[in-house]
Design a protein around this ligand. Structure first.
Ligand SMILES: NC(=O)c1ccc[n+]([C@@H]2O[C@H](COP(=O)([O-])OP(=O)(O)OC[C@H]3O[C@@H](n4cnc5c(N)ncnc54)[C@H](OP(=O)(O)O)[C@@H]3O)[C@@H](O)[C@H]2O)c1
Length: 317
């Protein structure tokens, strides 16, 4: 198993974690029994960096993880998030980062997760109405209280990262990063490198697209959130499918899967980075986990990057 140190505070995680969002939200229905079997298998093979958020479900994803954590809490590095407010009915209620809210969310997450500490607590989205110093100050209080071990932000800009890190050291920034989402490379990754903050790449398989398993809108079931996402419009597929095809060609040449190429590409970056691919299937979990042993030859990296440089159609959101 390969591990990476995120930040300078002592957080060490496997380079491949498990994104749990799709088990409860956004990507269509799934079976709880199957999800729990994926989580069991993840724990067995060492894929012990689990990612959730209060708003996934909403709230049901944390409750699912509570079941999987029983009897093995100390072997899992548990990451959850607050700050994107949703009602029990799934309604969207804006962003919050005020100190009182941070503390209330943390207690609620601890209760749902059935644990007395969170390993990595992120602000899911920065609240433009609350100074980041207030939010991170409240997160630092949670560290002092022993409720949280390490803190991070998600999708924050460089200025916010710098200000937050000055209040309490951030261990990680979590943001989308994959072959077709490289926006972080220009300013965010250099900022993290300078400040020695770790990086967690979410949607590392391009929400499934880079695996080649989703080749058109008809591969997505009604109710799948991706049908609303600009990257999954007919126009976007018409252009971007070249990218999935090339990932597939590289995979064939190396006798690995396309998903493994996408994950190995992330690991070819010269950065302390952990990826958290999401899956509800044991065979895919094992496949993604095995990508840790794959090193992409430079000529394949160059080929992939040359094609991406020609442009990806559709915004991330
Ligand atoms: N901070 C944030 O704002 C944010 C936003 C989005 C996501 N996240 C986190 O990042 C995690 C991962 O992101 P994601 O789930 O959006 O996208 P992803 O990991 O890029 O892709 C997940 C999709 O790929 C499929 N898949 C997984 N492994 C595969 C394989 N080996 N071959 C073929 N298909 C495969 C999954 O389907 P099956 O489930 O059917 O296998 C699912 O549809 C989430 O679970 C969540 O924890 C965070």
């Amino acid at each position: 198993m390969k591990q990476v140190d995120l930040g300078t505070q002592g957080l060490r995680v496997p380079t491949i974690g498990l994104g749990c969002m799709g088990m409860s939200d956004f990507y269509g229905s799934s079976s709880e029994a199957q999800n729990l079997s994926v989580l069991d298998r993840a724990a067995e093979i060492g894929c012990t960096f689990w990612d959730t958020a209060d708003m996934y479900g909403p709230f049901t994803n944390e409750r699912l993880l509570a079941k999987a954590l029983k009897g093995r809490r100390d072997r899992i590095t548990l990451a959850t998030k607050f700050g994107v407010c949703r009602g029990e009915d799934g309604s969207w209620q804006g962003l919050r980062g005020d100190a009182a809210y941070v503390k209330t969310c943390c207690d609620a997450s601890l209760k749902r997760l059935g644990t007395d500490y969170i390993d990595l607590y992120y602000q899911h989205r920065v609240d433009p109405e609350t100074p980041i110093e207030e939010t991170v100050g409240a997160m630092a209080d949670l560290v002092k209280a022993g409720k949280v071990r390490f803190i991070g932000l998600s999708e924050a800009d460089p200025e916010t990262i710098v200000r937050a890190h000055a209040v309490h050291p951030l261990s990680a920034l979590q943001t989308e990063y994959s072959l077709w989402s490289r926006e972080v490379e220009s300013e965010i990754l250099p900022t993290l490198q300078r400040l020695k903050i770790g990086f967690v790449a979410y949607s590392p398989l391009g929400r499934g697209f880079l695996s080649g398993a989703i080749r058109s809108r008809s591969d997505l079931k009604a109710g799948d959130w991706r049908l609303e996402n600009p990257r999954f419009s007919d126009e976007a597929f018409a252009n971007n499918i070249r990218l999935a095809d090339l990932v597939g060609e590289v995979a064939q040449a190396l006798d690995v899967s396309a998903a493994q190429v996408a994950l190995a590409w992330l690991r070819s970056r010269d950065l302390p980075i952990a990826a958290i691919p999401g899956t509800r299937r044991i065979e895919r979990l094992e496949e993604n986990w095995a990508s840790q042993d794959i090193v992409l030859p430079a000529e394949h990296v160059d080929r992939l990057e040359a094609l991406i440089a020609q442009g990806v159609v559709g915004d991330r959101y």
